[in-house]
Design a protein around this ligand. Structure first.
Ligand code: SF4
Length: 433
């Protein structure tokens, strides 16, 4: 979601500014922030602090802090860091051009824009993509969350669930496809509950079916899916829709029903595993990835062992595992049975060790198979692409293949990526960009 928001910032500003990767050249520096855990939040302050010396040399430099930390901290950022000119939340991105214009005109002004509207309408951004070499992009379909998992800050900084009208979504997909995009990821905090509040909207499975019919779109993905809302009709889309890639990120968070209950996830271990079984039946080649929290308050050794055993049963291709990090204002931060840091670190290391074994086995099984790969980029070392199962593949080849779908033989599996070679005469040519 943050990556997408950064793209939107670049898009709304491209009429008046051009992007630079050199901070010392910039007239405006915008820092997009994440508050999902404590560590990225801390990083914001040290990063912004580093830009202060640039401002000392160039007083007209505008420094802005956006994203979820901005939404959460608001005015406090301006008080703590007097060299910050602008603080803006996720709902204020489309107002950036106007706010920067005001700051350029009035050198002493400082702006804090952190609206949190209940019925916020996600604005459509019309400008072209900020980077014409992009072959895949995100399209937001909904924002916010109504679930209130007890560890999560998102509903407080992103607001309640709001779905975007289907017409605007399909129009945006058609537009990015006409600009050369081959792969679209539909984005939302909980895409599975798309349209639930709007009787006239299709449900998420139906939205996928509509997107699948768009001419020129070659690949469709979505994230993030809440397991409790993963419907039978959505499961059946895998293996039925030509563009829908065989990959699902399905955050489990814990393998213990007791912990899941305290997390307010509203599914249990059995329910989750039943859905995984259904998915594998509907689409045997599906690759699954997940998010995990270890050391949630009150997580006993037995609960933790349940998580390890779930990993062994599901065999994810990849996991994103973190130590529980109390977020101020959430219910779990108030729970008294917090786990100490050392124990959390031990559990995290154990989870990662186990997953290394499982992931290696899953990746190894891809050796000598033939995969359809979308080539995303080229550099001095070669080409980089992605399989339909979302595995990164490195290979040698002409940089003209960027943006093309090619058939690749997987020669060697690493722990996080694959190496492959193009099967001659198997390049699936696509219309030129
Ligand atoms: S469903 Fe996801 S975004 Fe919503 S509260 Fe739970 S963890 Fe946070």
């Amino acid at each position: 979601m943050n990556e997408y928001d950064s793209q939107r910032m670049a898009q709304v500003l491209q009429q008046d500014y051009r992007l630079t990767i050199a901070p010392e050249e910039a007239d405006v520096i915008l820092i997009n922030t994440c508050s999902i855990r404590k560590k990225p939040e801390n990083k914001v302050y040290s990063l912004v602090g580093r830009y202060k010396c640039l401002k000392d040399k160039k007083p007209d430099l505008i420094i802005g802090v956006g994203g979820c930390v901005a939404q959460q901290e608001g005015q406090r950022i301006l008080e703590r860091m007097p060299y910050v000119d602008l603080v803006f939340g996720p709902q204020a991105i489309h107002r950036l051009p106007r706010m920067l214009e005001d700051l350029s005109r009035n050198k002493t002004a400082r702006i804090c824009a952190t609206p949190m509207e209940k019925d916020f309408e996600i604005p459509s951004i019309k400008g072209p993509l900020p980077d014409s070499s992009m072959v895949r992009t995100f399209v937001t379909i909904m924002q916010g969350c109504d679930n209130f998992c007890t560890y999560c800050i998102v509903p407080f900084v992103r607001g309640r669930e709001t779905s975007r009208p289907p017409g605007a979504i399909l129009e945006e997909i058609r537009r990015v496809v006409s600009e050369g995009i081959k792969e679209v990821t539909l984005l939302g905090q909980n895409v599975n509950s798309y349209g639930k509040k709007n009787k006239e909207f299709p449900d998420f499975a139906e939205l996928l079916r509509l997107a699948d019919r768009i001419d020129g779109l070659r690949r469709l993905r979505f994230t993030t899916s809440h397991p409790k809302d993963l419907s039978e009709s959505l499961i059946n889309c895998f293996g039925q829709l030509e563009t829908l890639c065989e990959h699902l990120h399905l955050p489990v968070q814990s393998g213990s029903s007791r912990v899941l209950k305290r997390m307010n996830r509203r599914y249990d271990r059995t329910g989750y595993l039943t859905k995984v079984e259904r998915l594998r039946k509907a689409c045997p080649d599906i690759s699954l990835t997940t998010d995990l929290i270890v050391g949630f308050p009150g997580e006993s050794e037995r609960d933790f062992q349940d998580t390890l055993s779930l990993l062994k049963i599901v065999e994810y291709d990849q996991i994103f595992a973190f130590k529980y990090s109390p977020r101020p204002g959430t219910r779990a931060a108030e729970f008294e049975d917090q786990i100490d840091e050392e124990e959390k670190s031990r559990r995290l290391a154990e989870v990662l060790d186990l997953q290394r074994e499982i992931g290696s086995k899953r990746f190894k099984a891809l050796e000598n198979t033939v995969q359809e790969v979308l080539i995303e980029s080229a550099d001095q070392t070669g080409l980089k692409g992605r399989t339909r199962g979302n595995h990164v593949v490195h290979l040698k080849g002409n940089k003209n293949l960027v943006g093309k779908l090619v058939m690749i033989r997987i020669d060697k599996a690493g722990s996080h990526s694959l190496q492959g070679s193009i099967i001659p005469n198997h390049a699936l040519q696509l219309p030129n960009k």
